[in-house]
Design a protein around this ligand. Structure first.
Ligand code: G3H
Ligand code: 13P
Ligand code: NA
Ligand code: ZN
Length: 307
């Protein structure tokens, strides 16, 4: 069935993390759910506003329902980075089991007010809510202590935010960022801050956005077949594993899916210039996604055999 993430996070807390993978089309969904099925892993599929616009709500909804029916897996369907009340309401009304209201760009009190409003609406309908506090870093951001204090999540505010909004999970900023260019020099996450936050909200599920590792093999393959992806760098696997033991229950992954898919498609097209049936390059792309997700579940998230 489509399920909420509440039970998944309760089981995972302190031991491992649940993967939250961004989906945009059928092949991406199939690759991910086949991996989760083989690994017997809890799974969150998440849809951004852009994905919803690209594929349309109803198509994604029906594809995910098909995935549940096909695999028999409990899957949580989550709205990623909902930016206002209306999109959260549309997803609650439209069958999602979890929504994120991302008020992180607003001042603290406005973020609380907006998040609370979404929580009231969602909880009344059995849907859980993820909030966000703190700004995800850009590549050159937050190198010094005062910059970190200005943008990263403040532990005391995190505790107050959780208490006053009633959210079910909280996305925090400790140095990750979206996309393929996360660090200029050595990758660094503020684990002291994560520990402080977790200590102030004991047992409460923490979410890590921008958590792709930017697997070098996919970047290399893209570039070997005409791509131009320079100086890409993600979050090292060891750091994600560590985060999973410190209260991070949900790890968001989109960039690694994009890279796996694009690398495979570039290779297929280059190696088979005479072919033009989309299935010839989408089948291996789906398989590449599946293998990458299996690796994540098993070796990074620690979520194999956790159903
Ligand atoms: O957080 C962003 C996710 O990677 C989704 O990206 O808004 O381009 O669909 P998108
Ligand atoms: P990545 O860009 O690191 O995959 O992060 C995805 C994300 O946080 C989606 O909300
Ligand atoms: Na999200
Ligand atoms: Zn995100």
């Amino acid at each position: 069935p489509l399920v909420s993430s509440a039970e998944m996070f309760k089981k995972a807390y302190g031991n491992y993390a649940v993967g939250a993978f961004n989906v945009n089309n059928m092949e991406i969904i199939q690759g991910i759910v086949d991996a989760a099925k083989e690994e017997q892993a809890p799974l969150i599929l998440q849809v951004s506003a852009g994905a919803r616009k690209y594929a349309k709500h109803i198509y994604l909804m029906k594809l995910v329902e098909a995935a549940v029916e096909d695999t028999g897996l409990p899957i949580c369907l989550h709205l990623d980075h909902g930016e206002d009340f209306e999109i959260c309401k549309a997803c609650v009304d439209g069958g999602f089991t979890s929504v994120m209201i991302d008020g992180s760009k607003y001042p603290f009190e406005e973020n609380i007010a907006l998040t609370k409003r979404v929580v009231e609406y969602a909880h009344a309908r059995g849907v859980v809510v993820e909030g966000e506090l703190g700004r995800l870093a850009g590549v050159e951001d937050a190198v010094n202590v005062s910059a970190k204090d200005a943008t990263y999540t403040d532990p005391d505010q995190a505790a107050e935010f959780v208490r006053r909004t009633g959210v079910d999970s909280l996305a925090i900023a400790i140095g990750t960022s979206h996309g393929a260019y996360k660090f200029k020099g050595e990758p660094q996450l503020d684990f002291d801050r994560l520990a402080k936050i977790a200590a102030l909200i004991p047992g409460f599920p923490i979410v890590l956005h921008g958590a792709s590792t930017v697997l070098p093999e996919f970047v290399a393959k893209c570039n070997a077949y005409g791509g131009q992806i320079k100086d890409a760098q993600g979050v090292p696997e060891e750091m994600l594993k560590k985060a999973g033991t410190m209260g991070v229950c949900k790890i968001n992954i989109d960039t690694d899916l994009r890279l796996a898919m694009t690398a495979s498609i570039r290779e297929s097209l280059a190696q088979n210039p005479d072919k033009f049936d989309p299935r010839d390059y989408l089948r291996p792309a789906r398989e590449a996604i599946k293998n990458m997700v299996k690796h994540k579940i098993k070796n990074v998230l620690g979520a194999s055999n956790r159903l």
